[in-house]
Write a new protein. Structure first.
Length: 278
């Protein structure tokens, strides 16, 4: 991989920056709030569904209600922390910590009854996630991680695969809502397909990252994603022994096990350059 600026999630922080008991408290709160938000998902009170960036980018009452619940819980327990939420929550804090929330990642899946959607809650310090919780509400699977500790799924340790050869790697990806962007993404994926085992597309970026962490995917790559889509998942992948980076300018996330990281990044870069030059 050529020299390039690493994005959010690329810096390795030491847990010594925060006391261990505070990290535990942050993780416990994130897990508790994700469970509460999952109850909102299960009620399925979708209410009026609006569109955001495009007509195919919906936001439901469940998104709004879950974000309000999570935000209220954070404000009550940690009033000095900042909060960034997908559904327009933006609260400045003075503690140095910021919560990054996607109250319903995979809204289209949720509205269609397709079982791939989640609550995603991360906590960042100096632009790097130190806590990550993703609750796969369709399968009752809670992924949780804190810096310098193993990642867990429902209380059991998980880790990325030991895949060493990109040609046999299973790659997860996703596509944007805008049709012109989707067309470009499709061209890039078409160039990747001959270089990998196969592609999977589940429709929830947070769950895809957790699939890398638990070994259901060898790697994940997507463009056009926001920080709230990936902050928690990046923390979980890294705590599971993987590498994960978000590049905010490109809105691009890449994650994999360490043994195919260089191959993966080089191949993606080559494919993007080739498509961009057409």
């Amino acid at each position: 991989m050529g020299r390039r600026r690493l994005g959010k999630g690329a810096t390795t922080l030491s847990s010594s920056l925060l006391p261990s008991d505070e990290l535990d408290e942050l993780l416990d709160l994130a897990m508790d709030l994700s469970s509460q938000a999952a109850e909102v998902h299960l009620q399925r009170q979708t209410g009026h569904v609006n569109s955001k960036s495009t007509s195919t980018d919906p936001v439901s009452q469940v998104d709004r209600d879950a974000e309000r619940l999570i935000t209220a819980g954070i404000r009550l327990a940690r009033p000095n922390d900042g909060i960034l939420g997908e559904e327009e929550t933006a609260i400045q804090g003075n503690s140095g910590l910021r919560w990054v929330i996607d109250p319903l990642d995979g809204t289209v899946n949720y509205l269609y009854g397709f079982p791939s959607h989640s609550v995603s809650i991360g906590v960042e310090l100096d632009d790097s996630p130190i806590i990550g919780v993703v609750y796969d509400t369709a399968h009752d699977e809670m992924y949780a991680a804190r810096i310098d500790c193993p990642a867990m799924k429902n209380g059991r340790t998980i880790q990325v695969t030991s895949c060493q050869d990109l040609s046999i790697a299973l790659l997860g990806t996703g596509f944007a809502y805008e049709s012109a962007v989707r067309e470009q993404q499709g061209l890039v994926v078409a160039r990747l397909l001959p270089r990998i085992r196969d592609i999977r597309r589940a429709g929830s970026c947070a769950i895809d990252l957790c699939s890398v962490a638990i070994g259901r995917l060898d790697a994940f790559y997507e463009t056009g994603v926001e920080w709230w889509d990936v902050a928690a998942g990046i923390a979980i992948v890294r705590s599971a022994g993987g590498v994960a980076v978000y590049e905010p300018l490109q809105k691009r996330v890449i994650a994999s096990g360490p043994l195919i990281w260089e191959q993966l990044c080089n191949t993606i870069n080559e494919a993007e350059i080739a498509v961009g030059s057409q």
